[in-house]
Design a protein around this ligand. Structure first.
Ligand code: BGC
Length: 745
């Protein structure tokens, strides 16, 4: 419930909005609800209504673009802090850091004069090959919800709106504009919507981005069920819905549902569906003006909330970009995001003083990633790569020899921005200009573009193979003559990027072959990776140490070095399963390899660990897994049912090793004798506990009634059945340390 003073302020605001709407002409209203430039809506200067300035994206505020071309403006003042990707953030399992990263992003967006930052991306990871998985958080709805709430609050503390994307079920890039995700209602409500609902109801996000894809036959940006029934009516959203760029297809449909602002990639702004075509329908009496008014009201409300208009206009925060304190927070997040997957024989940490000669092998040691990936690309003020981080850490007394190890083809440099062509591949355009054509033609060109890309990659494979012979030999020779060897491999944004999916789950450029050869000459090679989504690790049994880093922002190399040399104890845990091989994945089973047209989520709720559990498939590294340089013991679980409605858990965690560390304790529920089909276990709570060596702490967590609930389709609501539930407390989804039974009455 709102306080009385807030209620009266809201009433006043709504009255003001009503008044403004009455003053607007139809043309002015229409100008407000579609893009007037690639990233800006139309303003109404006469009434002091400003344009809404939007910007990508999730890892920092994107460079400025020209108004009507997908060409960077070429400014020197738009470099920014490069934040850890959402996949890195999620691996911290740290809600405070989620808040901090939201705060930094919001402050930088405001600092750059933006009103809406097009982030965070929270789609559930269903297929490990999705080209945008690096931008998303996790395969688990509860974890995504827990992190998105503080993130959005952090953004919005800066008088900037978060634009939570992509609503909803945008889980593949192949055919992303047309693909129809066929999802049953229970799965939608239990897996693909909860994080969005939390962003709306718990975080109060001011805006949401409608996704490109269709759900059950209707494009998300024109989907009445999604936008009107669920988002507005069921969840009570009164913020603004912004389309993904080019996500609106039909004028009448978009006009008549809760799609408030149409943005697109085309420079023909007057021809946007919610521009001249809408005006014509209104003039013919086919669409009512009230529909337009509703959109305008939602946008004006957004402006009030951001203090762009209204009585608090002079109090709007100024923001700041590239602030030193932002870099500190980014470093801390990067440190907590890196995941120690394996560490036998105390291979890590390395002892800097004992190493006279360090050999570093692998292209990702010397690679920066901030400038790629699609709309998440940014112009970073700087980015410390792992090799620089290691050298900066060690100083000059250790010889650091770097060899590339494997060949990475040169990136094709074009003058055009990928975004202009990713949605439309028409030839003969002015540089950076996208052109509108019919949907079938577009889809066909995408398909052709994808075929060409795959053919190019096949050709590159031959080139890689030929060049690798020499590079492998150099790497092996170098590895023999060193006190320690660190391999830094993984992926890059040519391999994983917006606009297409990976065609397999393998490390590119024959890295597996090189790793196998390296392990033959040195068992103690420290294997490290930078990447944005899961890969197969067929050599993992032979390896002693494996460290995984997602794209972790501008301080990646510094965080990396601190972990490698033990100044920081790793505490990241996987927010997604690393399956042993792609064939084990649910999308492989459903035969959805590069599917166009229709994707049927036949697996229902069985996505991520829910699927591997049910199928008894052992992953390479399970959801929630991540090691530390110390060990933790769990003990003394007590469960107290509170009036049979909620359950309070208490248990102790002790750091039984020799150094300080942090442990993420995870609570899963497993219904016993469920009346309906339920996943074997589901994450319901977690906490990150910092502990000095030898210290212990009591952890208390509460599971509420809704944590036990499932979505009942016939009643169209969440139901928690009475009965017994096993409560599993663990260090990962498979490393369950404590068990108890809770009864719900
Ligand atoms: C992406 C969005 C992005 C928008 C604006 C689209 O292609 O899907 O995530 O915010 O472009 O750049």
């Amino acid at each position: 419930m709102l306080k009385k003073s807030d209620q009266s302020n809201e009433k006043k605001r709504e009255k003001e909005i009503e008044k403004l709407v009455k003053k607007l002409t139809l043309d002015e209203k229409i100008a407000m609800i579609h893009g007037a430039s690639l990233f800006r809506s139309g303003a109404v200067e006469r009434l002091g209504i400003p344009a809404i300035e939007t910007s990508d994206g999730p890892m920092g505020v994107r460079a400025e673009f020209m108004d009507d071309r997908w060409i960077p403006a070429g400014n020197q003042d738009d470099m920014v802090s490069y934040l850890p990707s959402n996949s890195a953030l999620a691996s911290t399992w740290n809600t405070e850091l989620a808040h901090d990263m939201g705060y930094v992003l919001g402050a930088e967006a405001r600092g750059r004069g933006k009103d809406v930052i097009l982030a965070p991306g929270i789609n559930i990871k269903r297929d490990p090959r999705c080209g945008r998985n690096f931008e998303y958080m996790t395969e688990d709805p509860q974890l995504a919800a827990a992190l998105v709430v503080p993130f959005v609050k952090g953004v919005q503390e800066n008088d900037v709106a978060a634009c939570v994307k992509h609503f909803a079920a945008n889980m593949q890039e192949t055919d992303r504009m047309m693909v129809d995700e066929q999802i049953d209602e229970r799965t939608l409500y239990e897996l693909y919507l909860p994080a969005f609902k939390a962003a709306v109801q718990e975080a109060g996000t001011y805006s949401i981005m409608g996704a490109y894809n269709k759900i059950n036959g209707f494009h998300c940006c024109e989907n009445k069920k999604l936008l009107d029934e669920i988002l507005r009516k069921e969840w009570g959203f009164d913020g603004a819905v912004i389309s993904d760029w080019g996500g609106v297809h039909k004028t009448k449909e978009a006009a008549e549902c809760s799609m408030d602002l149409e943005m697109s990639v085309y420079p023909d702004f007057d021809e946007y569906r919610l521009a001249n075509p809408l005006k014509e329908l209104i003039q013919k009496g086919e669409v009512s003006v009230e529909m337009v008014d509703a959109k305008v009201k939602n946008l004006l409300r957004l402006m009030y909330r951001l203090k762009m208009i209204g009585p608090k206009k002079d109090d709007r925060k100024a923001g700041a970009y590239n602030a030193p304190k932002h870099r500190e927070m980014i470093l801390k997040t990067a440190q907590e995001s890196m995941i120690l997957l394996k560490n036998e024989k105390h291979a890590l940490p390395l002892h800097a003083k004992k190493i006279r000669k360090l050999v570093v092998i692998g292209a990702n040691a010397a690679k920066v990633h901030s400038n790629g990936g699609g709309s998440a690309e940014i112009k970073a003020l700087y980015e410390v790569c792992p090799l620089a981080g290691l050298k900066m850490y060690l100083g000059g007394n250790t010889e650091v020899k770097y060899v590339k190890g494997y060949y990475v083809p040169e990136e094709i440099q074009t003058e055009e921005n990928w975004q202009a062509t990713s949605l439309d591949e028409a030839e003969g355009l002015a540089v950076g200009q996208a052109v509108r054509t019919d949907e079938a033609g577009n889809q066909e060109r995408h398909r052709k573009g994808e075929e060409e890309r795959l053919a190019r990659m096949e050709k590159e494979k031959a080139e890689v193979h030929q060049k690798n012979e020499k590079l492998f030999a150099q790497a092996i020779e170098a590895a023999k003559d060193a006190d320690a060897v660190i391999f830094v491999g993984g992926m890059n944004h040519v391999i994983e990027c917006e606009g297409y999916d990976r065609s397999d789950m393998k490390l590119p450029y024959e890295q597996d072959l090189l790793i196998e050869q390296l392990l033959k000459v040195r068992k103690d090679v420290i294997l490290t990776f930078v990447g944005g989504s899961t890969v197969e690790m067929p050599w993992r049994d032979q390896a002693q140490a494996i460290l995984w880093s997602y794209y972790a922002g501008m301080e990646t190399g510094n965080a990396f070095a601190k972990i490698i040399f033990g100044e920081v104890n790793p505490s990241g845990k996987l927010a997604e399963t690393f399956p042993a091989k792609y064939e084990d994945c649910v999308t492989a089973k459903n035969g959805q390899f590069g599917v166009w047209g229709k994707v049927s989520l036949e697996e229902g709720l069985y996505c991520g660990y829910r699927y591997y559990d049910r199928q008894h498939i052992a992953p390479a590294f399970c959801f929630g897994h991540g090691l530390s340089y110390t060990d933790f013991e769990y003990s003394g679980l007590t469960l107290k049912s509170e009036k049979g409605k909620s359950v309070k858990l208490t248990f102790s965690v002790k750091n039984v090793g020799k150094c300080a560390g942090a442990e993420t304790v995870q609570v899963y529920i497993a219904p016993i004798a469920a009346k309906t089909d339920r996943p074997d276990k589901e994450l319901k709570a977690f906490a990150k506990v910092e502990l000095g060596a030898g210290r212990s702490k009591k952890v208390s967590l509460t599971l509420k009634q809704e944590d036990f609930a499932y979505f009942d389709e016939s009643l169209h609501k969440f139901i928690a059945d009475a009965g017994d539930y096993e409560i599993l407390v663990g260090a990962s989804s498979e490393d369950i340390r404590l068990r108890g039974i809770a009864t719900l009455s």
